[in-house]
Design a protein around this ligand. Structure first.
Ligand SMILES: [Cu+2]
Length: 227
């Protein structure tokens, strides 16, 4: 049932994505009210014979129907601006991860530790397990701790890619010769799926991103046992 309720979208896994979802519901509510009112007005104008001659030169009426839509736009614009700044917000990160786009796979570096870097390739259909997610699973997941402020530095070695993770509300371009920064904070343990979001070449569809979020003590164990 949940799958149908959220139209196949993944559940929110970060505070920012949760706010984005609230904003979506808020603006859709306003949109629905406006649309139904317009629909009603169109119908009523089609089916009555009023000439509306009395509506010309009515200053008060014109003032109201100018100011009301303005107020509605402000009620949409204010939370939108707030979210725009919230998404760019950066606070002191405890961990930095570098994500590098290649044609056509991602590689990750944990620069806070020694020699922790790996490539993350999609698992092709002929090598899938029965429980694999087709075109989404990778051989090496990006392992991240939960409830931790993290900084992701995104770049590319060849063409422009885009690192995107819908359930965290994150999408940032990976541009050769440039480091883009994005802040991550994951709320709960789980698997999250994303894809490259910039048409980057023949195998653009086949360079997915998988985050596996785990509690900090497990993360530290994973770091210690990495070789
Ligand atoms: Cu790409």
């Amino acid at each position: 049932m949940t799958m149908w309720m959220n139209f196949g979208m993944q559940d929110c896994n970060s505070p920012v994505m949760e706010e984005l979802m609230f904003f979506h519901d808020h603006s859709m509510t306003i949109l629905l009210l406006i649309t139904s009112m317009i629909f009603y007005l169109i119908l009523s104008m089609m089916f009555n014979k009023f000439t509306m001659l009395n509506n010309s030169n009515k200053q008060n009426l014109e003032f109201i129907w100018t100011v009301l839509p303005m107020l509605m736009l402000i009620f949409v614009a204010m939370p939108s601006m707030y979210l725009l700044y919230l998404m760019e917000n950066s606070n002191t990160p405890l961990l930095t991860i570098k994500s590098i786009g290649h044609q056509w796979y991602w590689s990750y570096e944990y620069s806070d530790f020694k020699n922790i870097e790996f490539d993350s390739y999609m698992i092709p259909s002929n090598l899938m397990n029965k429980n694999s997610f087709r075109l989404l699973d990778v051989d090496n997941n990006l392992i991240l701790p939960i409830n931790t402020n993290m900084r992701m530095l995104v770049t590319s070695t060849d063409v422009i890619h885009s690192w995107a993770m819908p359930s965290l509300g994150k999408k940032i371009d990976a541009i050769p010769g440039r480091l883009n920064q994005i802040m991550l904070n994951i709320k709960r343990p789980g698997l999250m799926f994303g894809q490259c979001s910039e048409i980057c070449g023949a195998n653009h569809s086949f360079m997915p991103i998988v985050i596996e979020s785990i509690p900090m003590n497990f993360f530290l164990k994973w770091i210690n046992n990495f070789n």
